[in-house]
Design a binder for this molecule. Structure first.
Ligand SMILES: [Zn+2]
Ligand SMILES: [Zn+2]
Length: 419
């Protein structure tokens, strides 16, 4: 049996890789417009980091962590980046030198999911964290930035949903309030939700079970659990979103199932994606830095799911063409001519011309067919005659014209033709 990629993982092959590069390039460009810098942390972290940051009752910690044991050390393949980035922020004492730290990252995350549609065990995030401020402007800026990336990637038709969880005190009040609302109706919910009501009641609001969803939709949560200061913060977030020109919807039922979120949470949904409709999500987490052993620092961030984003791009933009043309294709007829072609390739590439050649010993016709297949702009053809004269035939594949050029000035002439 031939080997296959592990279940829940996927090879990204050309030309799709070009699409990834385009999206990643756009994201990097937009992050820099908002004064973010890239950070790269390891894909493995100590297990304890996620137990502490996500909460031992979160679904990720309970069911989805990829554990690695090595002697007495316990690692986990990172299920998300925020905790790792805060770990790095504290470890390197970044708070000593920087008022506000704006970091972004791109990379793979891992969850031991049952591989079903849209659920990958290795998936990729484009995300960022702003550490060192409690300003509601930065909550709004995070949302604006996520929307900016999606729009510039060519994605449309998504919806921004925001809510406030309030501070840690408010969240405790919300937990009690939710239990009061849900426990009397416990029997109407699925088995998972019944367990969640005891351990992590917020997760009930995210259940995908149709019946649970109906009962959840009928809940009236209100904002009674949110203190005045947190309400003012949320009003300021909404006002700033207005200034940034971001349209959004407030949904009191939007909660994020991770322990560390406080105050603003948001999600960006795309109706074209079906049950797993979130393109990305984020929020504020004002207690995490201190909880992981750092100073008191407000922070806010988000992550976009690369695979979801590409799916959504497929939904709204089916005409994606990725394979770029090749500048120059060389065809040598005979061993000696092919040897010369190696030298020509070398000079062309050093001069910044993307070049390839026919390594086979086929005819001129088959060489030209390969050049066509690679969408070559120019073909260099060398046979024994040309070799003897110190020239090559240069064929402009787009115009169909050809000329004889001295090998000495070939690179310059090719550069002239391809631009
Ligand atoms: Zn509060
Ligand atoms: Zn349920």
């Amino acid at each position: 049996m031939p080997f296959k990629s592990p279940r829940g993982t996927k090879d990204v092959l050309p030309p799709e890789t070009s699409l990834w590069q385009v999206v990643e390039g756009q994201a990097r460009r937009i992050f820099s417009l908002y004064a973010f810098q890239e950070v790269r942390t390891p894909v493995i972290e100590e297990t304890g980091l996620f137990l502490r940051s996500l909460g031992d009752l979160s679904d990720i910690v309970q069911k989805q962590m990829f554990q690695i044991k090595k002697d007495t050390d316990a690692f986990v393949l990172r299920p998300e980046a925020t905790a790792a980035i805060i770990r790095a922020y504290i470890e390197h004492g970044i708070y000593h030198s920087s008022q506000i730290t704006k970091w972004f990252y791109l990379g793979p995350m891992f969850r031991a999911e049952r591989p079903q549609k849209g659920r990958l065990r290795q998936f990729h995030h484009i995300g960022c964290e702003v550490i060192g401020s409690y300003s509601p402007c930065l909550d709004a800026e995070a949302v604006r930035l996520a929307v900016h990336i999606l729009k510039d990637t060519g994605i449309d038709g998504f919806e921004v949903v925001v809510n406030t969880l309030g501070c840690a005190h408010d969240k405790k009040r919300l937990t009690i309030h939710l239990k009061e609302l849900l426990l009397p109706k416990k029997q109407l919910f699925c088995e998972d939700c019944q367990a969640r009501m005891e351990r992590n009641v917020f997760r009930v609001l995210d259940c995908k079970n149709t019946q649970c969803r109906e009962h959840v939709a009928a809940l009236s949560i209100g904002t009674g659990h949110v203190c005045q200061e947190c309400l003012r913060h949320f009003e300021a977030v909404k006002a700033s979103l207005g200034r940034f020109g971001v349209s959004f919807k407030v949904d009191p039922l939007l909660v994020r199932g991770l322990d560390y979120y406080t105050r603003t949470v948001f999600e960006i949904k795309h109706p074209g994606l079906g049950a797993q409709d979130a393109l990305g999500a984020g929020g504020r987490y004002d207690n995490l830095v201190a909880e992981l052993g750092g100073p008191e620092k407000g922070a806010v961030g988000f992550a976009l799911g690369m695979e979801r984003l590409l799916l959504a791009k497929g939904v709204t933009d089916t005409g994606v063409s990725c394979a770029g043309p090749l500048d120059c294709y060389a065809i040598g007829l005979g061993d000696a001519a092919r040897g010369k072609c190696l030298e020509l390739l070398n000079s062309l590439r050093l001069a910044g011309v993307a070049a390839d050649m026919d390594y086979g010993d086929g005819s001129l016709k088959s060489g030209l067919r390969k050049a066509d297949g690679m969408k070559a702009k120019v073909c260099v053809i060398v046979g024994d005659n040309e070799l003897a004269k110190g020239v090559a035939v240069l064929k402009d594949m787009r115009k169909g014209t050809q000329e004889e050029v001295s090998l000495d000035c070939l690179t310059d002439r090719v550069k002239g033709l391809i631009c």
